[in-house]
Design a protein around this ligand. Structure first.
Ligand SMILES: *Cc1c(COP(=O)(O)O)cnc(C)c1O
Length: 417
């Protein structure tokens, strides 16, 4: 099929069989069909090349199709991609052991699933079973997935409203406000669930001391501390896990996005021996997943962890992130349109002073061959979340391109004014 037909046919099929509103939005934004991807780049149906500074919202920390992950997954494909579930599955055991080794002390056990929402769903269920308390304390603007449970703990009204009533017992406190969090956690609280950096919420970084205060408040009342590292895990923030910035030990930690090495979907819910005993002690089948822990995904996870270590991606995320944030802050000095540049490692958010700018800048970026994250739910913030393997040259190009795109948008707005 010629490039034009690929685009037209895909657009038509989306409109007729996937999601008409979404099709319209994506077409309006000028997005093509992604036909190939490798490393930090992707190509559309016309063969146009883009630097991927969205990185699948954190999925592509190793870039697209990292050769070591692809090779390992191909081997699993040729031996046993899905297990029969009755016998032991070696890959699941290996990945669980490896995760216990690299994660904060105390997180010895892992339940595997297939997505971030499932990982959070399990975490919330574990808190309920372990404490027998209904209360879920979460934060405003948080994101924990769109399953019924995950959504119940998600502090985004526009996602929640059509689905009320949700799981009862959830309350929301302003993110980063220690006093509000301490006041909300009490004897009825089963868990406090929190992200280290709110990604979907617009790149809000937890202030120093916040997670430590949460740890103390949960300990005081016997509530579980669930740290949602679905987006921040595996080096994204310049530490292997974001909660290491505060040196805290969660009771439960969720992982997904980057864990599959950008090749196979996987979700993981980690927990302490004490939590596992309270949840699975009476009935080891109390929570299960048919596809969870499949050899294909676990093999990808093992390969991904090896690459994160062997390529020093944690350190690279910290260094490249610092470089990009500094470069963008320099530019901010001379640009009234930008209100704030925030970042921890390679999870960077640029907040504009007015709503309309984000969408225009994204269009300018796409025109120049760069993809970044932007959502209608968060029109003021553009997220820059490139693969952790991004070279210094590509990072510099991304910053320069971003500046050009904002500059052209500013010129455009000036002519309209
Ligand atoms: C993406 C995300 C989720 C949900 O993951 P899905 O795989 O989309 O279900 C949950 N929590 C956080 C922090 C996320 O970034």
């Amino acid at each position: 099929m010629d490039p034009e037909s690929i685009h037209a046919e895909t657009l038509r099929r989306y409109s007729e069989h996937v999601n008409p509103g979404l099709a319209k939005l994506m077409n309006f934004a000028g997005f093509g069909v992604e036909v190939r991807a490798e490393g930090c780049h992707m190509w559309d149906q016309d063969g146009r090349k883009y630097l991927d500074c969205l990185g699948g919202y954190g999925v592509f920390s190793l870039g697209h199709r990292h050769p070591k992950v692809v090779e390992a997954v191909k081997r699993a494909l040729d031996t046993m991609p899905l297990s029969g579930k009755t016998f032991f599955n070696a890959a699941q055991g290996e990945l669980a052991e490896k995760l216990a080794q690299v994660s904060p002390d105390g997180l010895e056990f892992t339940f595997f699933s297939n997505s971030g929402a499932e990982a959070c769903e399990a975490a919330l269920k574990f808190a309920r079973a372990a404490t027998r308390r209904p209360g879920i304390v979460s934060t405003e603007d948080s994101y924990h997935g769109k399953t019924m449970g995950g959504l119940s703990a998600t502090g985004r009204k526009k996602y929640r409203d059509p689905f009320e009533p949700l799981v009862p017992g959830a309350s929301f406190v302003p993110f980063g406000d220690i006093a509000a969090m301490e006041a909300a956690i009490g004897p009825e609280t089963g868990c406090f669930i929190v992200e280290v950096v709110q990604g979907e919420g617009g790149v809000h970084i937890s202030p120093p001391g916040y997670l430590q205060a949460a740890r103390r408040a949960c300990d005081r009342h016997g509530a579980l501390l669930i740290v949602d590292e679905v987006q921040t895990g595996l080096g994204r923030t310049g530490k292997m896990f974001g909660c290491e910035h505060e040196g805290i030990k969660p009771d439960v930690m969720t992982l997904a996005k980057a864990l599959g090495g950008g090749v196979v979907p996987i979700g993981a819910t980690m927990g302490t021996a004490d939590v596992w005993d309270r949840v699975f002690g009476q009935n080891p089948l109390i929570h299960t997943s048919t596809f969870g822990g499949n050899p294909l995904a676990c093999t990808a996870g093992l390969a991904a962890l090896e690459v994160v270590e062997s390529e020093g991606l944690v350190e690279r995320a910290a260094e490249t992130g610092r470089f990009m944030v500094e470069s963008l802050r320099d530019f901010q000095q001379s640009c009234d349109l930008i209100k704030e540049v925030r970042g921890l490692g390679l999870l960077i958010g640029v907040e504009f002073a007015i709503d309309e700018v984000g969408e225009l800048v994204i269009a300018q970026l796409v025109k120049r061959g760069m993809v970044a994250a932007y959502t209608l739910n968060n029109p003021r913030v553009i997220r820059i979340e490139p693969p952790l393997i991004i070279s210094r040259e590509d990072a510099a190009w991304a910053c320069a391109t971003f500046k050009e795109a904002v500059q052209e948008t500013a010129d455009l707005l000036a002519t309209l004014a």
